[in-house]
Structure formats: C-alpha cells, structure tokens
Design a protein around this ligand. Structure first.
Ligand code: URA
Length: 205
C-alpha cells in the first residue's frame, strides 16, 4: 500500500500505524473528536472485527467497542465461545462523529467521503495483520471492506472470498442495530441471529 494520508511512509507495524493515526487530519472529524480510536488486538490475530466508528464512550476511552454496543458485541462473543482478546477489533472510521445536543453528543453516521479517506487505515490493518477472516459489523463496515455499497440482506452470514489472498469476509449486523429495536421479541430474535453469526466466526479463531 503506498503512503498517503499526509504520511510519507506506510507503517511497517501496527504500533507504527497506531502512532501515525494518532496525528491523522485526513478528514475533518479529527478536530471535534477527543482522540483517534485505533484498532486493538494481537498483530497476528486470525480475525478482524470491523465496526462503523467509535461512539461517545469509545471516543473518551480511546478503545473500540467499550460502550453499549460493545456490551452486545461482548455478549455475543461470549455466547459463541470466542475470546475477544484473540481478535483484532477496529472500526471503518477512527474518529467519533457527533452533533452536540445540550450536554450530550449524538452519534452521526460518517459520510461516504470520510469512510473512503479512513479506509487507508483499515487497509494498513488488513495488510499488516493478514487475517483469515474479516467480520463486518453492519453495512458501513462491509462497504469499507469491500470498497462498494452492499446490503446486509444480500451479504449476511455467508463466507465471501475477498480478492487477492486467503482472507474471507463475513457480514453481519451492527450490534447497535439490535439495541435500537423497540420490540423486545425482535431484539431477542436478532440477538440470536447475531450469536449464530459469531458461531460461524468461531471456526476461525
Ligand atoms: N460502534 C462502533 O461501530 N464501534 C465502536 O467502537 C463502538 C460503537
């Protein structure tokens, strides 16, 4: 991957990538955000989970999936018998995008342009880790991995071959989608389907 994003040298290690990304100003999201939330996990992880972007709690903590969506994610991993520490967990966009509303910061979906620019970091992570499987949590993550818009409906739960290597892709829903369902029965149903998808991931860790 050629150097870009204001850095004249592509990183050789995940640690170097993380350090570079700390200073990234390639899109406007860096300014209001507290910090870059880079991916975390072993540099030789067999599986990379990709979310959308850090939320309020992730922005403050500097770690991915530590807020409410992270709880749903952790629960599904546990149900499937997957140790989160064995996986690399990251996001398509590495800064929190929000709209201030009183004292609260309301999550805003990243623009296509922001996903595109930030994709460079995701590609560094992929290239350096070379996982057996990438799990896209939601449509934004799937689009960032594949490089074009896809629907969850058309891609969910199948193992998709990614071009140029041995990495496969599994697309599932974003855990925040489950949280947002107003009907508890629908929520339980979606939770079970999400856990089933994590069961498919288990074979790779
Ligand atoms: N939602 C995401 O997509 N990623 C996080 O890290 C937290 C919430």
């Amino acid at each position: 991957v050629p150097a870009f994003n204001g850095f004249n040298k592509a990183p050789d290690t995940i640690e170097e990538a993380r350090e570079q990304a700390r200073h990234c100003k390639a899109c406007p999201l860096w300014e209001p955000a507290t910090q870059t939330v880079f991916g975390e996990g072993p540099p030789d992880a067999p599986v990379i989970f990709v979310g959308e972007q850090p939320g309020d709690q992730e922005d403050l903590a500097g770690h991915p999936f530590v807020g409410p969506a992270g709880k749903v994610f952790n629960g599904a991993l546990e149900a499937a018998g997957i140790d989160r520490a064995q996986a690399y967990v990251t996001n398509a966009v590495k800064h929190f995008k929000f709209e201030p509303r009183g004292k609260r910061r309301i999550h805003k979906t990243p623009a296509v342009s922001e996903v595109k620019v930030c994709r460079w970091w995701l590609e560094q992570e992929r290239e350096l880790i070379r996982p057996k499987l990438i799990v896209a949590l939601g449509a934004t993550a799937a689009a960032a991995v594949i490089g074009k818009t896809v629907t969850i409906r058309d891609t969910r739960s199948r193992l998709i071959d990614l071009p140029g290597g041995d990495t496969k892709l599994l697309v599932t829903v974003h855990p925040a989608y489950i949280l947002r369902l107003p009907d508890p029965e629908a929520q339980a149903r979606e939770q079970a389907l999400f856990e089933e998808d994590m069961g498919r991931v288990k074979a790779f860790v």
